[in-house]
Write a protein that binds this ligand. Structure first.
Ligand SMILES: [Fe+2]
Ligand SMILES: [Fe+2]
Length: 189
């Protein structure tokens, strides 16, 4: 199995039918690409990791992400890749030892949160600022399911200042939204 984005996308589509889960995976992929470029890491690997981190979530929600880890192992994905996928779920107690694992953990929830922020704005992603994302983080009633502490803790673990972290995710998602709009798709529709 060659590590590339196309293979990962095809594999994901074998396991995921849900539009919302697919969009989440595309969003996390975008953030992983943003960070791979920022850190000078392999874009195809990091993109694939973002795409595939929730591969089992629709079919095997009770076994997530351990079932996904097995699927990926069978497909020949490397150990560090599988450890990163396992590591995005705290309950597995998998240490996040690589930058890829730490980044995945840090962009998973935040990518969804930033999309939730864009959704409620009249101009959606256009002009979305870190400041307004931070304000929404403080608003406990907004997107209640998102664990604020996880967002802060994971940014610290990654070693990136929260403002810079949110900005990187915003930039990555705006770029992804542009790409998707060209094929008639959107992260927020
Ligand atoms: Fe997950
Ligand atoms: Fe996820």
């Amino acid at each position: 199995m060659e590590m590339n984005r196309e293979n990962a996308f095809n594999l994901l589509n074998e396991y995921v039918d849900s539009d919302s889960l697919l969009k989440h995976c595309l969003a996390v992929e975008a953030s992983m690409i943003g960070y791979a470029k920022k850190f000078g890491q392999d874009v195809e690997t990091w993109a694939s990791c973002g795409l595939l981190h929730d591969i089992d979530f629709e079919k095997y929600p009770d076994e997530h992400p351990l079932r996904g880890a097995e699927i990926l192992k069978d497909k020949g994905y490397p150990e560090d890749f599988i450890m990163a996928v396992k590591g995005h779920a705290d309950y597995t107690n998998t240490p996040r030892e690589t930058q890829m694992a730490k980044t995945l953990y840090a962009v998973d929830e935040l990518s969804s949160f930033v999309i939730a922020c864009a959704l409620v704005r009249p101009n959606k992603f256009e002009g979305l600022k870190v400041k307004s994302v931070k304000k929404k983080l403080k608003d406990k009633a907004f997107a209640k399911a998102v664990d604020r502490e996880q967002i802060k803790r994971s940014a610290e673990e990654l070693g990136v200042d929260l403002t810079e972290h949110i900005q990187t995710v915003i930039d990555s998602l705006i770029q992804r939204e542009d790409e998707l709009s060209q094929i008639g798709m959107s992260l927020i529709k």
